[in-house]
Design a protein around this ligand. Sequence first.
Ligand code: NIG
Ligand code: FE
Length: 405
Amino acid sequence: MKQIWRNCHVATMAGGEYAAVERAALVTRGQHIEWVGAEADLPRGDEAAEHDLGGAWVTPGLIDCHTHLVFGGDRSQEFEQRLQGMDYAVIAAQGGGIASTVRATRAATEAQLYASARRRALHLLRDGVTTLEIKSGYGLDLPNERKMLRVARHLGQTLPLTVRATCLAAHALPPEFAGRADDYIDEVARRMLPVLAAEGLVDAVDAFCEHLAFSPAQVERVFQAAAQLGLPVKLHAEQLSSLHGASLAARYGALSADHLEYLTEADVRAMAAAGTVAVLLPGAFYALLETQLPPIDLLRRHGVPIAISSDLNPGTSPALSLRLMLSMACTLFRLTPQEALAGATVHAARALGLQASHGVLAPGKVADFVAWDIAHPAELAYWIGGELPKRVIRHGEPVCATALD
Ligand code: NIG
Ligand code: FE
């Protein structure tokens, strides 16, 4: 069905800029955008339903391209410990951290995980998110990784949002493999990934490359397995130290390398050459009280696309608002509001391999957009918290309030 959305201003985000069209209109047909431009130039044509957007600013639906939103339990006590001076790595070495969420996630049923994840996904949705990546990585064995990925798929089937499921089985060493990290990597590469991929549960493969997780050599074996399965890769890299995981990811043509506080110029060059997106996670930087900033100017200078994401997870980033991350990307990382919005639209789409269809408002793209009751798109990064009045349109259809209860 053809629909006309008029009386608005549009930030198309083409080329990573607002690329604003004032006094604009959009035409959608079915799930796709057919036309965007000045309302005065609206093509006359066949019968269409009309919607008056009341002077709103329209942006692409926001894309949260790095989350761990399926998990059991919470880690508020670990937050207290960290504030008393205990280090994230020390807590992990003592069996806390990721391992404690693994215990809670293994103990939870699929239905329990779905119910808690759904509540978190609704927070993001109400904030304008229409596409979401969800990682596994708190199961760390075949049945529990499968359980997490099935919940991710189920969320995409039941909520008005597009979900990409990423297998992060190489997130931490499960207790039953203590002292045998290479054996666990074998299990991930030879058994878990092929089985989960065959079940249609995996859109991409991720790993945690860090001294408290897996070495570049171990990550490389996971990447080789992913390549054999035809799956794209991503990597948690250079968060706490420099292991040049981002360069390794670039060698495998990774969609993205994420965190990147300790990224070097050589890594930046490798990412630029490979077209790998830098996904920055200000929520984790903030919650871990980090001081080492990712090298924003180097990324800019070498033309590496920068995405911004919530990293929603129970340990290092219990962040339920992507808009708040845009604000923090500006205040903590000194991005401009335009760069931050590009980071949650056009560049986030690329970080998920969805750049052909998502992230920009242009003919042929999916009709996922948000009409915000604001006077300028910089407001999306400006307000700290709260709810901005808006209408969310996904696949050409208004998302009604009842879908968000
Ligand atoms: O992206 N860095 C590793 N993984 C998550 C944290 C996971 C956790 O602490 O539960 C992250 O920050
Ligand atoms: Fe993460």
